[in-house]
Write a protein that binds this ligand. Structure first.
Ligand code: ASP
Length: 420
């Protein structure tokens, strides 16, 4: 008898298996028996890591062309520069406001819980910093001087900027370039069909990625940092329930839990890949299949969100800043907190949606308020695990705000939401 699982069950089973196999291999590596150590290392390095990275690359391969055709196609469908500016302003303001709210919540909650008070750490080494980008460079860097270089390097802010300008230019000469709308719409159908092909391998990819993470980190690292770990999870949960859930209900008058349930497979992929950028094609294809009437809006909001909206990352940075300040006995002033809010929000705009990037842009936040960046060495042990949760929150935010922006175009969400 052949049992046929639906995609979501097979994904959940793969995740559970990935975590269990990873933890088992971690025990084999640390058990003191040489042969078991060698076998577990070999399996992870030459099998799981290879297959997991291949899956991630296959997801990422469509990202740049899809962002390009979605945004240009979305702009053309909007037909007027005024509508484009309206959606642009609404989307960006919502993304930035929710991120700033996320950092505020993380600062308040971690101060109330006093997470770093009285903890002693001897291990302060092991973190090599990367040069954090200056704000000035982020701003200048938004405009590409060579679009081909931007595409080749996968510089998403530049690709988005270039696509928007091209979309706007096409709107202005629409009458003279008839047929171009169809080219972009067909190109996006083809790319989304590629996404579906790649997603067939999701259960295997997810299994391999999670086994490797849990093999490397085991479970013990959480014990020392349980206060920090749980606080980040708590603020993530509060943000999803109150901010996303509240906004969603307030605008659409529909049940936010039903919506989260509908996009569960997208959230699981975000969790397993820890990359909002790699998940972007899948979020776009899922929301387009549900909200077909709003293709033009979603084609714009999802790629932009995957690039600039990282509330989960900003939450980790808020909690980490308070935690490190308390560990080192530094009192942060009100102005320092304002700096943390603006820097973490900017860092979320400037950071790429790939695994582990949030911990590097945290240097930018710590430096601005004069905290020692060596403090990152303390929390880095659990960062890979937290990355999975915060990426799921980043992606949930992109989806919620997309629905809100689409809904505010005068149609009701419930009427437009079709079961795929
Ligand atoms: N992994 C996160 C994302 O892709 C970024 C981060 O927080 O490191 O959204």
């Amino acid at each position: 008898m052949r049992i046929k699982l639906n995609p979501i069950s097979s994904m959940l089973i793969s995740m559970l298996l990935g975590v269990s196999v990873g933890l088992l291999l971690n025990q084999m590596r640390n058990g003191g028996i040489e042969i078991l150590h060698l076998i577990s290392d070999w399996l992870v390095i030459y099998v799981f890591d290879v297959l997991g990275q291949m899956f991630l690359s296959a997801m990422k391969v469509v990202v740049v062309p899809l962002v390009f055709v979605s945004i240009v196609g979305g702009c053309i469908q909007l037909r007027s520069p005024r509508k484009l500016t309206g959606i642009f302003t609404k989307t960006i303001s919502l993304y930035i406001t929710t991120t700033a709210m996320a950092v505020c919540a993380s600062i308040v909650i971690s101060n109330v819980l006093n997470i770093g008070q009285g903890i002693q750490f001897s291990n302060l080494g092991g973190f090599s910093t990367q040069e954090a980008p200056a704000i000035k460079d982020i701003l200048i860097g938004i405009i590409p001087d060579n679009p081909f270089a931007a595409f080749a390097e996968g510089n998403m802010l530049q690709v988005i900027f270039y696509s928007l300008i091209l979309g706007l230019a096409i709107i202005n000469v629409r009458k003279d370039v008839g047929g171009v709308e169809e080219v972009f719409s067909k190109a996006s159908i083809i790319l989304l069909s590629m996404v579906k092909l790649v997603m067939r391998f999701a259960p295997l990819g997810v299994f391999c990625l999670l086994s490797k993470v849990f093999y490397e980190f085991g479970g013990e690292v959480i014990v020392d940092l349980i206060g920090y770990f749980v606080t980040v999870l708590l603020v993530l949960l509060i943000h999803v329930l109150l901010v996303y859930g509240g906004m969603f209900y307030f605008v659409t008058r529909s049940n936010p839990f039903a919506f989260f349930y509908r996009i569960k497979s997208v959230l699981l992929v975000a969790f397993s890949t820890s990359s909002s950028s790699a998940t972007m094609p899948f979020s776009l294809s899922t929301l387009r299949s549900y909200l077909g009437n709003h293709n033009s809006t979603i084609s714009f909001t999802i790629p932009v969100g995957a690039t600039i909206n990282m509330d989960g990352t900003a939450i980790m940075q808020g909690v980490a800043t308070v935690f490190i300040a308390q560990l080192y006995g530094v009192d942060l002033s009100f102005n320092d907190y304002l700096t943390v809010i603006s820097m973490a929000t900017l860092a979320s705009v400037g950071a790429a949606g790939v695994p582990g990037v949030g911990i590097f842009t945290l240097t930018m936040v710590l430096q601005q308020v004069g905290l020692p960046i060596e403090g990152i060495a303390i929390i880095i042990g659990v960062d890979r695990l937290l990355d999975m949760f915060r990426t799921a929150v980043n992606v949930a935010g992109d989806c919620v705000i997309s629905v809100i922006v689409a809904h505010s175009k005068g149609k009701t969400y419930e009427n437009d939401f079709v079961e795929a």
